[in-house]
Design a protein around this ligand. Sequence first.
Ligand SMILES: [Zn+2]
Length: 244
Amino acid sequence: MQLTDAEIRKILIQEKRRIYKRKKARRRRSMIILLAIILIVSVVIIVNREELGFFNSRGTIFIDPGHGGEDPGSYTSSRFEKNDNLALALEVKDYLKRENFQVFMSRSDDTYISRDERGMMANKASADLMISLHRNKTDGEGRGVEVFIPSPLDKESEILGNNIMKALVKEGFLERSVRVGTLVSEDENYAENSYSNMPSCLIEVGFISDQGDNKLFDDNMKKNAQAIAEAIIDTYSELYEADK
Ligand SMILES: [Zn+2]
C-alpha cells in the first residue's frame, strides 16, 4: 500500500502527539510523587516539631525534676518530694514550650536518674540554662524558698537564681536565700550544678514539711510554674538576647 505525502505527514504528527502525551503523563506522575513526598515530609516535621526542635527559634532549657523512682526525696506521711518536683517541672515545661523554647527534662515520669547524670544530660542537650527543682524539709520550723547556685560564684547563675527567687517571692513564698555551693559548704556543689556547664541553679520550692508552703505549692501550681518560666525567659533574654 502506497501512502501519500499527506498521509505520512498525518501519521508522523499523530506519533509526535502520542509521544508528547506520554511525556506529559510521565511529568504529571513525577510531579504528583514529588508533591506526595513533600507533603509526607512536611507532616512528619510538623507532627514531630518539638522533638526535632523545628520552629523553636529561642533557646534550649533543661529542667531537672529532682529525685524519682526508688529515690522519693523528702517526704511526709502524705506526699513525696519527687512527685511535687515532677508536677511543677511539667507545668514549667509547658509554659516554656508555648513561648517557643526547646525544653529537655531529665525525667518526665517516675524514673530514677543519678544526680551526676542530670547535669551531664543538660550538657548533652546543649542547654542554655538549667534548673533543678526540689523541695525542702525540716523536722523543726521552716518555710520559704532557697536557691543554690554553683561554686565558685558565677554571675550568670546568680542572675538566674535571683530572678527565680524574686518570681517565687512574688507568688507568696518567703525569701530565705540565694546561696553559693551547698547547704553545708560554699566551696562544694550539688552534682546538678557541678556537672552542668551552663548557668544553672537548684531551687528548693518551699518546705514539704510546712502546710503553708504546701498550700502555696498546690493551690498556685500553674502560677508558680509561670513565675519560674518567666524568670528563666527574662534571664535568657538578659544573657543571650541583650545585644540583638
Ligand atoms: Zn530534693
